[in-house]
Design a protein around this ligand. Sequence first.
Ligand SMILES: CC(C)(COP(=O)(O)OP(=O)(O)OC[C@H]1O[C@@H](n2cnc3c(N)ncnc32)[C@H](O)[C@@H]1OP(=O)(O)O)[C@@H](O)C(=O)NCCC(=O)NCCS
Length: 187
Amino acid sequence: MTDAPFRAEQLAKYHRREDFSCGVEVLDRYLKQQANQDLRRDLAVPYVLVEVATGHIAGYYTLSSFGIDPTSLPEGEARRIGRYALIPAIIIGRLARDLRYRGQGIGELLLVDALRRCWVLSKQMGAWAVVVDAKDDAARQFYERYGFLRTIDDADRLFLPLKTIERTLRQRLGDEVLAALVPGVTF
Ligand SMILES: CC(C)(COP(=O)(O)OP(=O)(O)OC[C@H]1O[C@@H](n2cnc3c(N)ncnc32)[C@H](O)[C@@H]1OP(=O)(O)O)[C@@H](O)C(=O)NCCC(=O)NCCS
């Protein structure tokens, strides 16, 4: 049992999406009109952060598999990885917090939940980094606070190596908690 005020779960039909409003029309419309369709078509898996007491959606994000063009990485990173046509990754396609939940650390909760989920996935399939496309300067600054780095050809496309995420999760959660997230996997 947990008494956490918010719960992250995969988007389902019973979630009340109609009144979600993050202030960015295209992100609101995506949740209301397209997210379920993308889920059905295996194009993206949307996750919602639900306020347990009210059932309101406080925020959401989507995950999809992705390939990074190695020429878009800074020289040192690309050299360390070696010659690959595409480098396997996971993209957080969209991430948004409802305006009613401003100033409550919901953006951080969403991002940390997404990164933890990406790390678990990366122990079951190859994925070198998590990628995000920031829609403006403010979004880019938000991601850079958490260590995301810029690609060299597109200032809005950022990446964070999964090894960095693993190191941070180890520090925050400890080895035992991490191991319980991926039973039977050595890391
Ligand atoms: C970006 C977004 C998710 C941040 O959500 P939030 O709930 O305000 O974020 P938090 O309250 O968890 O803030 C976490 C930290 O990031 C900082 N931060 C939040 N928004 C920021 C921004 N736009 N620029 C720089 N820093 C930001 C906060 O100050 C906080 O730092 P602190 O703990 O030192 O105070 C939210 O503003 C949003 O949904 N915006 C519209 C959609 C969007 O831009 N999505 C981004 C992907 S395109």
